[in-house]
Design a protein around this ligand. Structure first.
Ligand SMILES: Cc1cc2nc3c(=O)[nH]c(=O)nc-3n(C[C@H](O)[C@H](O)[C@H](O)COP(=O)(O)O)c2cc1C
Ligand SMILES: Nc1ncnc2c1ncn2[C@@H]1O[C@H](COP(=O)(O)OP(=O)(O)OP(=O)(O)O)[C@@H](O)[C@H]1O
Length: 324
């Protein structure tokens, strides 16, 4: 597979281009509909010269205006890997600054899309807006690109078994589902299990004293964490070029029983022996089991973790495959 080129400097853009425009945090099911028309396999023989390109802003406009970092479903490395797995050839990160924020919709189309990127084909979602104060919309793009513009209608999903209204597939709805521990919903909207990838770092090493050693994960600072509590998880232990699958339980939280003050993300792997320090774990969330609690003693905590492991195992064996 070709690796995706990441471009921060607009003079380096490989052009002419076929582009999908947007932020694409998490590269969820809706995003994949928007990206599909500009992938090399869709361009085919009709447009062999166009570079398949995703265009986002960096920093995200909300970060620029608020001065605050957003929490992300897929921080930079993860986003690049996800786009690469789809077959995207180029990710252009337009530097969002005061000057770009001031560009009118007409100037954005002329200076950025036409002059700088030589855009031949465009795909966007129905509600895409651009230019100063978000004044530009799909009609403005249509006036220039005509039939060469694809507008993807709103993608929704039926979830649950009752007569609930379909849910919009959006990064915001996935973040909300994670914050509420609704892992089934988050995973359905993403089209894959929500995943935490991090290096194993040293904890207080108390876990082994209660019979449940845990691998403490170091995650990218902007990674969106789900609700604090205990989860059933599928894990890949990445050791150099090899990787080994495992089941386990994960706790996210402050660990009030041992007077923890910093939020930690720790995983206990079933039937695992050996040191994991420095190795990378890729953890798929399968099911939220319970909120974190303060126990009166380590013995009570230990008894509860034993029950958590049994509960997790029931969910995990019911999962058809181990997808990482
Ligand atoms: C499945 C599981 C559930 C846990 N639940 C709680 C909990 O409800 N309350 C709590 O204070 N700590 C909880 N913990 C965290 C333990 O306190 C922690 O693993 C232990 O203190 C070891 O920490 P260490 O890895 O820093 O040594 C849980 C850990 C695991 C693996
Ligand atoms: N459910 C959807 N249906 C159709 N198009 C979508 C959908 N979600 C996103 N898009 C489109 O995908 C592109 C990237 O959008 P963006 O990343 O802002 O999406 P989002 O998931 O709605 O994010 P957020 O929830 O943070 O607003 C845009 O062109 C947007 O219009």
């Amino acid at each position: 597979m070709l690796s995706v080129r990441v471009i921060f400097d607009p003079t380096q853009i490989s052009r002419p281009t076929a582009i999908a425009l947007g932020n694409f945090d998490g590269v969820h099911v809706g995003h994949r509909h928007v990206i599909a028309p500009i992938l090399p396999q869709s361009l085919g023989d009709r447009n062999p010269r166009l570079t398949s390109t995703v265009v986002s802003f960096s920093p995200h406009p909300q970060e620029f205006f608020s001065g605050k970092l957003r929490s992300l479903l897929a921080p930079f490395d993860e986003k690049v890997a996800l786009l690469e797995s789809l077959g995207v050839e180029q990710l252009v990160l337009l530097p969002f600054d005061a000057e770009l924020a001031k560009l009118s919709a007409a100037d954005f189309m002329q200076k950025i899309l036409i002059d700088s990127m030589q855009v031949q084909l465009i795909s966007v979602g129905f509600d895409f807006h651009f230019g100063r104060k978000r004044q530009g919309n799909v009609n403005d793009l249509k006036n220039i690109w005509g039939e060469r513009l694809t507008v993807i209608p709103e993608q929704k999903m039926n979830v649950g078994i009752t007569d609930q209204a379909p849910v919009r597939i959006s990064s915001s709805n996935i973040r909300t589902a994670l914050a509420q521990g609704e892992i089934d919903l988050a995973n359905a909207l993403l089209g894959r299990p929500y995943n935490l990838v991090g290096k194993v770092i040293r904890g207080k090493q108390l876990g082994r004293t209660i019979g449940f050693p845990t691998a403490n994960l170091e995650l990218p600072p902007q990674k969106c964490l789900p609700r604090d509590g205990v989860y059933a998880v599928q894990v890949q232990v990445n050791q150099g070029n090899a990787s080994a699958p495992a089941f386990g339980v994960m706790n996210i939280g402050l660990r009030p029983t041992v007077d923890g003050t910093q939020r930690s993300v720790e995983v206990h792997l079933f039937n695992w022996q050996g040191d994991l320090y420095g190795q990378e774990l890729s953890v798929n969330l399968v099911q939220f089991i319970r909120p974190e609690q303060k126990f009166d003693s380590l013995d009570f905590l230990k008894a509860q973790i034993q029950k958590d492991c049994q509960t997790a195992l029931r969910y995990l064996v019911a999962e058809p495959t181990l997808i990482c």
